[in-house]
Write a protein that binds this ligand. Structure first.
Ligand code: C2O
Ligand code: CU
Ligand code: CU
Length: 479
């Protein structure tokens, strides 16, 4: 039986054709994992934390001796980690030095629509955008990236992405590893295609767009990380354009998922593998013994966007490890998202032609009008190949996938969900209280080519009772 299982696994891998390419076992783990620096805010007299981000081009030595032209925030590649505590007032200075328009979307942040950084908040070259809001949401691993309609794939692929961590001033589980860069480590997973000169190849492939076979972690190829504590928290972000990861340790050790996109789980979920589609985040705890050496990898799946086995990063534990906390039994006391009896239900169909409900994204069309504070059931049906679905501004809970509850590790608060081919998910979606009948938020497939080509819709949040008076057609923007 074991032999058969092994052969079946090999056969499954081989049948992926070009998708089975991978580097598993080939890397030498020679590059130290870079941890994005935390961005220091200036603190204004009223306590507002002011963060400055400049979008610019540069060069990054991803492959030795072959510098890659890249884009970044405040540097040549990726962006610094923004960190704020619930209750903080934050103010951003987003300066665009790219030479073309872009935007910066705060993926996972719950804020007014005009601050969201979606396709309507264009930052023209040479100008500065100044959004500000009060952080009011549970602790979570969020991120930021451009969202200019039609250019999101290119801008993210070139390197514009960073983490936005929200902390809780009085966490229910105060004992989690939390020394950033030591036992609290971000892992931004991205796939690239680098040519012989080190340049990023940007020709989209059919169906999925940019899907590469060189995996970078925090912008580093072939990385290792030195473990110094017995318990390490990893904040994993799938920051790829299309690739999905099936993440496990090569020794199949078990680890503990503690958080999903929008916050902590109620209790840890122990797993030996997790799946992340583009835009999704997971926080996990991993136990290490002295002198452990173990590779974190992604194994091939059959979703079309997760072909190939890839080594991600090697963890190398020191001879002696500082004892960390133990894995907490409880994590979050926040109630889970529940839809009330009789909750409004909306249905969305994702097809094979970059449309939602038979329509492509239109900047001037409001597709859905939602009353502030509502919890609704959104049913998303995928009629062809794999997609995922992200909703701005909300926290949702996956109720079921094809009628079955999701695995325990995906039962936490989320903002992005994977939808296998020909499957249907139902979500309990909790909307916020920032009303604005004229400025929409987005919902879309987070496979960036699909998003760019129109698999996106727009919703506004309005005062309950005013839904019928919303103008469904917006004036065209002039810049
Ligand atoms: Cu991370 Cu609308 O996107
Ligand atoms: Cu978003
Ligand atoms: Cu899609």
């Amino acid at each position: 039986l074991l032999v058969f299982a092994g052969l079946a696994a090999l056969a499954g891998c081989g049948s992926q054709g070009a998708g089975s390419k991978g580097n598993s076992g080939e890397l030498t783990f020679t590059n130290r994992l870079r941890v994005p620096p935390v961005l220091d805010p200036a603190v204004a007299a009223d306590g507002t934390k002011q963060f400055s981000l400049t979008m610019r081009a540069g060069r990054t030595e991803v492959l030795r001796g072959r510098p890659t032209p890249t884009w970044g925030f405040n540097g040549a590649f990726l962006g610094p980690t923004i960190r704020a505590t619930r209750g903080d007032r934050v103010a951003m200075r987003v300066h665009n030095q790219l030479g073309e328009p872009s935007t910066v979307h705060w993926h996972g942040m719950r804020l007014p629509a005009v601050m969201d950084g979606g396709p309507h908040q264009t930052v023209q070259p040479g100008t500065t955008w100044l959004p500000h809001w009060t952080v009011d949401q549970p602790a979570a691993t969020s991120w930021y990236h451009p969202h200019l309609h039609g250019s999101t794939a290119k801008h993210v692929y070139r390197g514009l992405a960073g983490l936005f961590l929200v902390d809780d001033p009085a966490p229910a589980a105060p004992d989690l590893p939390s020394t950033y860069g030591v036992d609290d480590i971000p892992l931004i997973l991205q796939d690239k295609i680098l040519d012989a000169n080190g340049a990023l190849q940007e020709d989209p492939k059919p169906t999925w767009g940019l899907i590469g076979d060189q995996i970078l972690v925090n912008g580093v190829y072939d990385p290792f990380f030195e473990v110094t504590t017995t318990l390490v928290r990893l904040r994993i972000l799938n920051g790829s354009n299309a690739r999905m990861y099936n993440v496990e340790f090569v020794d199949r050790r078990r680890f503990h998922v503690i958080g999903t996109d929008a916050g902590l789980l109620a209790v840890p979920a122990t797993v030996d593998r997790v799946q992340l589609s583009p835009g999704e985040r997971l926080e996990v705890l991993v136990e290490f013994a002295p002198r452990d050496q173990v590779v974190l990898r992604s194994v091939a799946g059959d979703n079309g966007i997760d072909g190939g086995d890839y080594d991600l990063v090697k963890f190398v534990a020191a001879d002696q490890l500082r004892p960390g906390p133990s894995v907490p039994r409880r994590l979050s006391a926040s109630p889970r998202v529940e839809a009330p009896a009789g909750a409004r239900e909306r249905r969305f169909r994702l097809s094979g032609s970059d449309e939602i409900n038979g329509r492509e994204m239109e900047m001037t069309r409001i597709d859905e009008v939602v009353p502030a504070g509502a919890t609704e059931i959104w049913q998303v049906q995928n009629t062809v190949y794999a997609h995922n679905f992200h909703i701005h501004e909300v926290a949702f809970r996956i109720l079921d996938v094809d009628g079955r509850p999701p695995p325990a590790y995906l039962q936490g608060p989320k903002d992005t969900v994977f939808i296998p081919a020909k499957s249907t998910v139902r979500l309990a979606v909790q909307f916020g209280h920032h009303t604005d009948p004229r400025t929409p938020y987005m919902y879309h497939c987070h496979i960036l080519r699909h998003e760019d080509e129109g698999m996106m819709g727009q919703f506004v949040i309005v005062e309950p009772g005013t839904e019928a008076s919303v103008r469904r057609i917006l004036p065209r923007h002039h810049h």
